[in-house]
Design a protein around this ligand. Structure first.
Ligand code: FES
Length: 138
């Protein structure tokens, strides 16, 4: 698949760091959907929590899209069902492991919700969630 000329651009708030990459050549890191925000985060060493490993079975990768939603895949039913359980849900909330960037023309701004930020800053990790992680859908 060819994603057009140029490079995709993703800015992550509140830090404001911007990552630029070519969707045609960005390798798949093995977490979440290929070309998802989790995939981008893993490629660039940005920490986006992903307690279930990117299999749409938790909400720790919750992001809020602030700009550029037209460059992201439509939400599937599985993602919508899981997202309903997320804290601090907003109209443009997505799961970072399921929302896939669709074009090298993308100029996207996302925000990590404060709940997730606080969780990370307090030393949260996949191993600490225990029973809070629902079992994956079959
Ligand atoms: S990492 Fe668990 S749903 Fe995205």
């Amino acid at each position: 698949m060819c994603y057009s000329e140029g490079v995709a651009k993703v800015t992550i708030l509140p830090a404001g760091d911007t990552y630029e990459f070519d969707l045609d050549t960005m390798p798949y890191d093995g977490h979440g959907q290929p070309k998802s925000f989790l995939d981008v985060a893993e490629n660039f060493g940005f920490h986006l929590e992903h307690a279930c490993g990117g299999s749409c079975a938790c909400t720790t990768c919750h992001i809020v899209v602030k700009k550029g939603g037209e460059f992201i895949t439509e939400m599937e039913d599985d993602e919508a069902d899981r997202l309903d359980m997320a804290a601090d849900l907003q109209l443009t909330s997505r799961l970072g492991c399921q929302a896939v960037i669709t074009s090298n023309d993308a100029d996207i701004v996302i925000e990590i919700p404060s709940w997730n930020r606080n969780y990370v800053s307090e030393g949260g990790g996949s191993m600490n969630l225990g029973d809070a992680i629902p079992a994956p859908k079959k």
